[in-house]
Design a protein. Sequence first.
Length: 268
Amino acid sequence: MSLPPSFPLPSDLPADPSQVVATLRRAGCVFAEDEARVLFAGARDTAELTAMVERRAAGLPLEHVVGWAEFCGLRVAVDPGVFVPRRRTEFLARQARACTPPEAVVVDLCCGTGAVAAVLADRHPARLHAADLDPAAVRCARRNLAPLGGEVHEGDLYDALPGELAGRVDILIANGPYVPTDDVALLPSEARDHERRMALDGGADGLDVLRRVAAGAPGWLAPGGRLFVETSERQAAAAEAAVRSAGLRPRVRQDDDLYATVIIATRP
């Protein structure tokens, strides 16, 4: 592996990262070269680099090792154990951002790191709120969103939100868990062993949280407000039906390159 001349290498690090790449490859890292770049950029000396490589080779997600993830061009802090924002979720964020007018009231449920809310922050919402049931995710999201003027609440979906938002939310995002319970064991070990199960397990068919979000959405959305939820292609029809049964008007949007499926639902 060769690095461009502009790639920063602290003086205490070896100039040739091929050994790091080889170690990552043996551990099963598909994008070993790219990951080596990230590790080199984040390490201050050889000892720290060695520790980071060992943690990654042991199976920790790269984002937990270095403490951040790139999402829609932003660097988002990711604390240990917190759900890592996925590339496919960039499609959800961009769809929501495109529909967010300035001065909107924005809520991000099941926010994890707060990555999606952070993307929408540059639309200068009048109010930006996020919520999660996991205390570690709430702490992480506050690190990411407080500098952007966002408020992060701990609690179960709508129970976490200030009551004054009811009927006033213009953009409601909920990237909740949607992996069917029996499929959690089939997930890569990075997710299965290092992220909270509550961020992965969506119940028997994966749609338990989505149904709860949809059922409560009409009471929180402003007239004409939109709900954005991520799901899978195989769940899309059932997810769309659940949203429609809640009295919302759904549309399905997909991105084949990212294997991403999003339901966009409008309150009449």
